[in-house]
Ligand binder design. Structure first.
Ligand code: NDP
Length: 283
């Protein structure tokens, strides 16, 4: 195996320690702790696990954390009323509605209801717009964590060719904006991209955010490239990424594992964003 493995766990720990120190400073200045409220609707098992991890991470960092659990049958109006209440609560600095929400609820409407300065997921159109014009206020946690990892690992972005597979609003598109802002030459691929392997082979940095187990194989990777695997796929009782790790690690320069790669960074950046939201509201 040639590639250097990028440990998301180790980097997340570093990032979280930094947030913890800054939370202490925030408390000393303002006399209150930053507060995050996560709303989960329904019983999706993966979502429950993610919410549990977020809650614990907040408490470990000195951030107040509340989880509101609503039943699967919750009406859209009721969820919107919950968000309105949290928007008006000065002790709640960050609001996150865990996705996916049940089918009868319009996720877009829900995300747009969250006050932009409390939108710690960075999914509100105002925050998306800010990102597009180069103002990085509250930035989606997963791509932001990836940028922090590249920076901390000393992996150059400027002037590099970055190829992203996936164009979701959560990962692919914000990833493209963040890399572009750091002067990479960015290509975004999706399910209609022609000659995908050939396009991917141009990437000095290759980000896979597809949701298909072990989709990326060595023939799609430029030797020496940095390969970031965002995917989380359950195959039997195993979690695997979107990259065939064993195969690709033989030719990549750097690679993230699954689990222990991008996942922990996402949580670290949620903590970062909660503190940032609290600071914005206190300015
Ligand atoms: P989406 O399903 O929203 O988007 C998947 C993207 O992949 C789409 O743009 C789709 O193209 C593209 N795609 C699908 N099939 C192909 C194909 N054969 N060739 C090229 N492109 C293809 O997924 P997300 O962005 O929300 O998530 C991606 C993965 O990342 C999932 O496994 C998810 O669980 C994981 N994830 C992990 C996080 C973490 O913290 N580690 C956080 C968020 C997500 P098109 O637009 O044309 O349909």
């Amino acid at each position: 195996m040639a590639a250097h493995i990028l440990s998301g766990n180790a980097i997340a720990l570093k990032l979280t320690e930094r947030v913890k120190e800054n939370v202490e400073d925030f408390k000393a200045v303002h006399g209150i702790a930053p507060g995050l409220t996560v709303v989960i609707v329904g019983e999706d098992p993966a979502s429950k696990v993610y919410v549990g991890r977020k809650h614990k991470a907040c408490l470990d960092t000195g951030i107040n954390s509340e989880v509101i659990r609503l039943p699967e049958t919750t009406a859209e109006e009721e969820l919107l009323a919950t968000i309105d209440r949290l928007n008006a609560d000065a002790a709640v600095h960050g609001i996150l509605v865990q996705l996916p929400v049940p089918r009868h609820i319009n996720a877009e409407k829900v995300l747009e209801r969250i006050r932009p300065d409390k939108d710690v997921d960075g999914f509100h159109p105002m925050n998306v717009g800010n990102l597009c014009v180069g103002k990085e206020h509250l930035v989606p946690c997963t791509p932001y964590g990836i940028i922090k990892m590249l920076e901390l690992e000393g992996i150059a972005i400027e002037g590099k060719r970055a190829v992203i597979i996936g164009r979701s609003n959560i990962v692919g598109k914000p990833m493209a904006m963040l890399l572009l802002a750091r002067n990479a030459t960015v290509t975004v691929c999706h399910s209609r991209t022609k000659d995908l392997a050939e396009v991917c082979r141009q990437g000095d940095i290759l980000v896979a955010a597809i949701g298909k187990p072990e989709f990326v194989t060595r023939d799609m990777v430029k030797p020496g490239a940095t390969v970031i695997d965002v995917g989380i796929n359950r195959v039997g009782d195993k979690l695997v990424g979107d990259v065939n790790f064993g195969d690709v690690a033989e030719i990549a320069g750097h690679i993230t594992p699954v689990p222990g790669g991008v996942g922990p960074l996402t949580i670290a950046m949620l903590l970062h964003n909660t503190l940032k939201a609290a600071e914005i509201q206190r300015m």
